[in-house]
Design a protein around this ligand. Structure first.
Ligand code: FES
Ligand code: FES
Length: 154
């Protein structure tokens, strides 16, 4: 099996394609940004981008992603400046424990890449599967609005 991850083709020939993508990313590729929360597609901690869309990686076999373009939180600002959303998260201190943050940032980056000025309904839809047990979502939403303003040059 080969997977394209963060712009590179990665050889995973020793890995069972039936292994959930999350464990291939974390254990075979050392990309530990995506987190294990529930393993049941109920919390959003494991989100990554697949062809520009946020997907949950904890349940779907890695083999199902062959030929797709995967991007993890590590690939959002790889070797470059932080994404405007990441800078806004820092500026708004939009985290408590931080466990949910990689998944939420990935979901919101996907949203901003297709909708630079999302409506509240679109934001709600993008975050529908993401839980923050620390209650930091209001700060995250402020960060999103800050990033939208920056991306619009305002
Ligand atoms: S760990 Fe995948 S949704 Fe919770
Ligand atoms: S910041 Fe702790 S779960 Fe969201």
């Amino acid at each position: 099996m080969r997977l394209r991850v963060n712009g590179e083709s990665r050889d995973l020939s020793g890995v069972d394609p039936g292994t959930p993508l999350l464990w291939v990313l974390r254990e075979s590729l050392g990309l530990t940004g995506a987190k294990y929360g529930c393993g049941l597609e109920q919390c959003g901690a494991c989100a990554v981008l697949c062809d520009g869309r946020a997907v949950l990686s904890c349940s779907t076999p890695a083999g199902a992603f062959a030929g797709r373009e995967l991007r993890t939180i590590e690939g959002i600002a790889a070797d470059g400046p932080l994404h405007a959303l990441q800078r806004a998260f820092v500026a708004e201190q939009a985290a408590q424990c931080g466990y949910c943050v990689p998944g939420i940032v990935v979901a919101l980056v996907a949203l901003l890449e297709r909708t630079p000025a999302p409506s509240d309904a679109e934001v709600g839809e993008a975050l529908a599967k993401h839980l923050c047990r620390c209650g930091a979502q209001p700060r995250m939403l402020r960060a999103l609005r800050r990033a939208v303003r920056e991306l619009a040059g305002r």
